[in-house]
Design a protein around this ligand. Structure first.
Ligand SMILES: Cc1cc2nc3c(=O)[nH]c(=O)nc-3n(C[C@H](O)[C@H](O)[C@H](O)COP(=O)(O)O)c2cc1C
Length: 382
């Protein structure tokens, strides 16, 4: 029976454990370029014991970013910065993962702490947002949306392929397509955003066509030995939107086209939510394990899995294959080592790079002075 610290092999890649840092957009890039901040952020999580480390969503074209502060993989000039990241992550013993994205009708934003407003197309830091239909998301995303033509859809798929090629050149060994959270792929899948009458709209199969063609385009350049995964918005939490059964059907089609793992998420296609589970512990687990069982594909998921005992249990029960951590990874670069101590792992410092762990194993500190709380608090020395 696997546990949280068991290695995990998918295609030709073996992760040292089942703990992944989930992709997180940090709004710290300029011109889509990775910099010292990203090296610090991702390098420290790789050194902290995460088995798989995702860079933030990388836009496949400049106008596919969330804001002008977001990462990109749309120019060859972005490859060297990404290559530095990959080299550091590998040197720390983790596997570097890229998430390719296009934000569709939710792009052209200010940074969240600058108010997060959507900027109009004629603003110097804004652009014309696009989607399957000319329907703005609503609320703060109120600017007109350009409905993509068939030719434009094909051009986007060619950009996915070129981005995948760049990811390979940079040294990434795991590639994910971001089709969740109301971005372009999620808009195509959702009947709330997609009201097309051509072959990209209507039935579930038609609404998944954008994804299937993107998988085909990427699979043609991304080697079979490396995993190709997808983050899918599997439920719009609204009866007019994506239903979980749609996701089951779509992922089974994607599996036939070469998808290796489904990273399930949900929501953010509409603010009109009929249920909002976002504060519940592990609320994606039941859906993810159902998809794993019914489609027979490995699954990962995130959302409130940062309690070590919960993360370990969902792996032991084989409900999911990989635990993705967002906010816990942001809060604690050494979450895997901390979790190992909490779960009474016999050798928590085996999770950090060998030279670093050597000091912690051989030059022992007072157990209360190692940098995080003891499982059972010790009275301070008098
Ligand atoms: C600051 C921040 C940025 C995020 N950016 C992305 C992103 O670029 N791509 C993505 O798929 N999810 C993104 N997410 C969602 C996380 O990857 C994760 O799924 C979510 O935070 C739930 O997991 P958690 O409960 O462990 O935080 C982001 C979350 C946060 C907090």
């Amino acid at each position: 029976m696997p546990d949280l610290f068991s290695p995990y092999t998918l295609k030709g890649i073996t992760l040292r454990n089942r703990i992944a840092m989930s992709p997180m957009t940090m709004y710290r890039a300029r011109d889509g370029l990775m910099n010292d901040f990203h090296l610090m952020l991702l390098g420290s999580r790789a050194a902290g014991g995460f088995g798989l480390v995702f860079a933030e969503q990388l836009a496949i074209i400049a106008d596919g970013r969330t804001s002008v502060g977001c990462g990109g993989i749309y120019e060859d000039a972005q490859i060297p910065g990404l290559a530095r990241l990959c080299a550091l992550i590998k040197d720390m013993g983790a596997v570097p993962a890229a998430q390719l994205g296009h934000t569709g009708r939710k792009g052209s934003e200010l940074k969240p702490w600058e108010g997060g407003a959507q900027l109009p197309a004629d603003h110097p830091d804004g652009w014309q947002v696009v989607g399957p239909s000319a329907l703005p998301y609503g609320g703060k995303y109120h600017h007109p949306v350009h409905a993509l033509t068939r030719d434009e859809i094909q051009a986007i798929h060619r950009s996915y392929a070129r981005a995948a090629q760049r990811a390979l050149e940079a040294g990434f060994e795991w590639l994910e397509l971001h089709f969740a959270h109301g971005y372009l792929g999620a808009s195509f899948f959702s009947p709330i955003a997609n009201q097309r009458s051509d072959e990209y709209g209507g039935s579930v199969v038609n609404r998944a066509r954008f994804h299937l063609e993107a998988i085909d385009a990427v699979r043609a350049v991304w080697p079979e030995r490396y995993p190709l995964t997808m983050r899918l918005g599997s439920d719009d939490l609204n009866t007019q939107g994506v239903q979980f059964d749609d996701a089951i059907l779509a992922v089974s089609l994607m599996k036939e086209r070469g998808l290796d793992l489904a990273d399930l998420s949900l929501g953010f296609n509409t603010d009109d939510l009929q249920t909002a589970p976002f504060a519940e512990l592990g609320f994606m687990i039941e859906r993810a394990s159902r998809l794993r069982r019914e489609v027979g594909i490995p699954v990962a998921t995130s959302w409130n899995l940062g309690l070590p005992a919960l993360a370990d249990r969902v792996i032991r029960e084989e409900a999911i294959d990989l635990v993705m951590l967002g906010r816990p990874a942001l809060a604690n670069p050494h979450w895997p080592v901390w979790a190992a101590r909490e779960l009474a792992h016999p050798d928590p410092f085996s999770l950090v790079p060998e030279d670093w762990g050597w000091w912690l194993r051989n030059f022992r500190a007072h157990p209360a002075c190692i940098g995080w709380p003891l499982a059972a608090p010790t009275a301070p020395p008098t």
